[in-house]
Design a protein around this ligand. Structure first.
Ligand SMILES: Cc1ncc(C[n+]2csc(CCOP(=O)(O)OP(=O)(O)O)c2C)c(N)n1
Ligand SMILES: [Mg+2]
Length: 305
């Protein structure tokens, strides 16, 4: 099989070689591309998450930049303070970027996130959504997909709650930019980082985060699984700029959700005969969400007329 070479996208590495992440972890690729665009004049604010570990113990930083570790619930508040201090020192060109997991975003840091978004604080917020509290042993978060098994939703008690619509909630804060991105679509991901930092105010990107130990996947399949999530509309690529929805990728040959689910051990139980209806439910909900997204995009076009 031919190799896809993405190195041409990175002019100069802003991460050191070697990382403490698991094999096939999305965090490493995510920050590699992010840091290559942001450069070294950046402060990364990291609430408790896998990235607290991956960033490395001082002085063994993974990132060429400044890393501030902070409490789970308060990364956007910490970032607000850092921004204010930098501005006071006249360092207005230093980027302030939050690197948070889904637990830190959807649940525990939610009030702090909403506060910073409401105030329109100048920062880029990155959520690596791997769909559970992975660093502490795969507990469910409100981003955990319907049907998945976690350590707090074991076997027959698999997750039966739909994840909340974080993008819709954040977009409702009237901010300049909020978007989804995927590590299987690096060009789109990099363009979104560039766009986000070119805009003033509060911006958020949510990236689908492959996690082999948590998703029970083969590390070599991380990119394939995350690509199938996009191509099946389980994780559509779209952006909301000043309230206007735009879909960034229309799958040419739409893939059924089960093609993506079957590669992940966390959904294995759904393929037993008596649970197949759950796959149908996931397919129906995915189709419904995609239709809704297309209507939101169309609504913007109609409003413009
Ligand atoms: C107040 C508080 N509660 C619990 C913890 C323990 N803790 C550290 S990391 C983590 C999981 C973070 O999950 P997520 O935000 O999804 O990031 P991931 O580990 O998946 O990258 C938890 C529960 C903590 N550090 N602080
Ligand atoms: Mg997580």
């Amino acid at each position: 099989m031919g190799q896809i070479n993405n190195n041409f996208l990175i002019a100069e590495e802003k991460v050191f070689s070697g990382a403490l992440s698991c094999r096939g972890c999305g965090w490493s690729l995510l920050v590699r591309h992010l840091a290559s665009i942001l450069g070294e004049n950046t402060v990364y604010v990291v609430p408790a998450s896998c990235f607290s570990i991956i960033a490395g113990p001082y002085p063994l930083n993974e990132l060429k930049g400044n890393v501030v570790h902070t409490v789970f619930a308060a990364a956007p508040a910490t970032a607000t303070g850092i921004r204010a201090a930098l501005d006071r020192q006249g360092k207005t060109d230093t980027n302030v970027v939050v690197l948070a997991g889904d637990g830190g975003t959807f649940d525990i840091g939610f009030q702090s996130l909403s506060g910073a978004a409401t105030r329109g604080e100048e920062m880029l917020y990155i959520c690596n959504n791997n769909g559970a509290y992975m660093n502490t042993g795969i507990q469910s978060s409100t981003a955990t997909p319907y049907g998945a098994v976690t350590t707090t939703n074991p076997s027959a008690n698999f997750r039966k709650i739909w994840p909340k619509d974080l993008i819709g909630i954040i977009a409702a804060h009237n901010i300049p930019y909020v978007a989804t991105a995927s590590l299987a679509f690096l060009k789109d991901y990099r363009e979104k980082i560039e766009k986000a930092i070119s805009l003033k105010g509060f911006k958020l990107l949510m990236i689908d985060g492959p996690c082999p130990p948590g998703h029970r996947t083969e590390p070599s399949q991380s990119i394939e699984v995350t690509r199938l999530a996009v191509e099946s509309n389980l994780f559509p690529l779209y952006e909301v700029e000043y309230g206007k929805y735009k879909i960034n990728h229309f799958p040419k040959n739409k893939v059924q959700v089960e093609e993506c689910l079957k590669l992940q051990g966390r959904f294995k139980h759904l393929f037993e005969e008596d649970k197949k209806s759950t796959i149908e439910e996931i397919q129906n909900m995915t189709d419904f969400n995609w239709k809704k997204l297309k209507l939101l995009e169309k609504m913007n076009a109609d409003l413009a007329n």
